[in-house]
Design a protein around this ligand. Sequence first.
Ligand SMILES: NC(=O)c1ccc[n+]([C@@H]2O[C@H](COP(=O)([O-])OP(=O)(O)OC[C@H]3O[C@@H](n4cnc5c(N)ncnc54)[C@H](O)[C@@H]3O)[C@@H](O)[C@H]2O)c1
Length: 316
Amino acid sequence: MVKVSILGATGVIGKNVAFTLARADTVDEIVLFSRPESIDKAKGESYDMYDALAAEDIDCRLSPSSDYNDIVGSDIVLITAGTPRQEGMSRMDLAVPNAQIVRNYAEKIAEYAPDSIILIATNPVDVMTTIALEASGFKKSRVIGIGNHLDSLRLKAYFSRQINVNSSEVHTRVIGEHGEHMVPLLSSTTIGGIPLKYFLKSVDMDVPRLIKRLRNAGNTIISKKGATEYGPAFAISNLISTIITDSHKVLTVSTYLDGQIEDVSGVSLGVPVVLSKKGIAMIVPIHMNDYEKMRFKEAAESVREVTEEVKKSFDN
Ligand SMILES: NC(=O)c1ccc[n+]([C@@H]2O[C@H](COP(=O)([O-])OP(=O)(O)OC[C@H]3O[C@@H](n4cnc5c(N)ncnc54)[C@H](O)[C@@H]3O)[C@@H](O)[C@H]2O)c1
């Protein structure tokens, strides 16, 4: 019996993760947790999804709920609740209210689902990973931010289309902050096992332009259609499936660092990890060139600063 609870299930990301996960048919029950004022919406989502699942003979149980007792026994609890960024909002304007939500939910998860793995999507996700870690008191390996997984998938798709190779041939990743200070690891990107730099001699590709596009990808989608949905939903359900099936894939998620990468510690950042049913089985050692190292350290400073500011706001 595999059970996943989604806190914030009536939101764009929450409901799309629920549907994607249900369709993957690897989970027995999904709890669509919402605040009491949104419970009708959660019920409506579940009825609509049941209709769709019937077409594919999928028997996943969908449980709309506002009762914390219903998250008991969850293998994974995903937090997607939060205010999305609105025009003119600074990172701190977003971080402070979302940290209150994440802290409150992390405490409840520790109380009602103490053996679960916590996954966090709420932005700024690297900051929220530390907040959830400290509020839950869980081991670091069981508190995971979705970090740069989506950024890494986007970069993989860009290279695949530009070079015209199957995306399974592209191995690349983005680390650091899920945001302005993301660090695309070009130095260790390979296409069919061959370093990217060799392809750059024969393929006409404007890499700086691609990176700029990557950095703005979320904002571009939001400005055109109002929200990102399929990309984050597939990225998150991909992480959940990897954990549930214990498949030990190397994926890039946000985790609290204790000096494992470039001596950075006391902050959560996106780094490659091996994911298992116990959560993070290992932080994968990576090699960066000097520029990438510098950018990674800048990301650490920036995320640390916001995390400290957010923690100070709890005292006020
Ligand atoms: N890390 C990523 O790659 C990534 C990608 C997309 C979105 N996100 C983040 O995920 C979060 C959700 O995005 P969305 O597009 O689903 O937003 P949304 O507005 O559609 O949904 C937000 C959800 O949070 C709930 N919520 C709002 N305020 C709450 C509160 N005070 N207490 C409890 N629940 C509350 C709402 O009821 C709703 O269910 C945002 O923080 C967004 O920035 C992260």
